[in-house]
Design a protein around this ligand. Sequence first.
Ligand SMILES: [Zn+2]
Length: 429
Amino acid sequence: MTRRLVWALLAAGLGAGAAAQSSQPSADRSLVVRDVTLIDGTGRAAQAHVSIVVRAGRVSRIVPGEAGNEAELTINGAGLFAIPGLFDAHVHLSPAPWSQRADQLNRLLLGGVTSVFDLAGDAREVGDFARATLAGEIDGPSIFYCALMAGPAFFTDPRVVASSLGFAAGQAPWNLSVTSDTDIVRAVAGAKGTGATAIKIYAALDATEARRIIQEASRQGLRTVAHATVFPAKPSDLVEAGVTMLAHAAYLVWEGSPPSVDFTKRAVGDFEHVRPDGPEIDKVLSAMVARGTGLNPTLWIFNQSQDAAAGARKVWMNAVTRRAADAGVRIVAGTDGLLDAHDSSPILHRELEALVTGAGLTPMQALLAATRDAARTIGVEADRGTIEPGRAADLVLLDANPLDDITNTRKVHFVVKDGRLVSRRPSSR
Ligand SMILES: [Zn+2]
């Protein structure tokens, strides 16, 4: 227990033993972070010496100087930096043993990740994690998730077979094989019925089929995420159809090659001849700006690759991510990972570092990619992604300024989730 927290608990009239209890949800609990430097996630500059007043799980006021003497819990924010809770907008939570995943979700939250976007798996299992988190059975991030659609050729993939248990391959509403014969209105309704808020378009679809899915999803109020190329549909086909976000910057390279149906080659495009600043790529990036399409680069996971194309691919994806950001494309941070054994912090911190040191984004651009712009892409910007009055109080208090050095996002001192001070606790199942 830190001195700062003891102080906070004493200020709230609580003994040290009440730490865990003090972090439990309470409908009308009030909390103030006093005299902190605020980086609110809207893109505006840091504001020194402000107080963030939280009531009933939401930010109620942000005031200069000190405030909130009436709050039940006071956190001394002097010397700390408040940023919005971070999003990892590309994870896969299933399949996994429940207790192991509950523990990982708790570690993610303690590491500053207060929301995740699951881009396909077993919607029954992911939905249970989402429900358990809302119910307080897991102390973890808010979970938003996708149902997957792809052409029939994809449904021999062992991952999709495993996450469709009980259904023939391609027949689960969250892992659905789509052809020109598919009743797309029913298919999208079935996907929505799983609790998913988005559809992930993976592979083996032409431009016409991809467009049918994207447009019907939009009509039924769902977001759409696609691999940046879904073979044969190209990045520009997906953007023109209105896809919400393209995943994996490296796959944009296929915009410069003839259409291919071989999605197994997706990571080995022609990085030598298709320039990241060439006319085909500039055209698709301009279309993304015009349509408000997000780009989820996933730099970290490709930095782990050791295959023959890895070197050229890294240079290319970094260059195209930089060019996209410079052009005004909405960059959305996500890892396609979660946690690993070599690092106590969530992998998201390494994605932020890769966005800055690899792609050359500013720390502010990287931070917006993991806060405001992730929330906009998922469709929860009215609730999360920035620290403003009325938003859910998802706050990360850092020991050092992330705008000076992006690696400072790792220096997590406190996490506040929906107005609760988070503490380590075991899952209740
Ligand atoms: Zn993924």
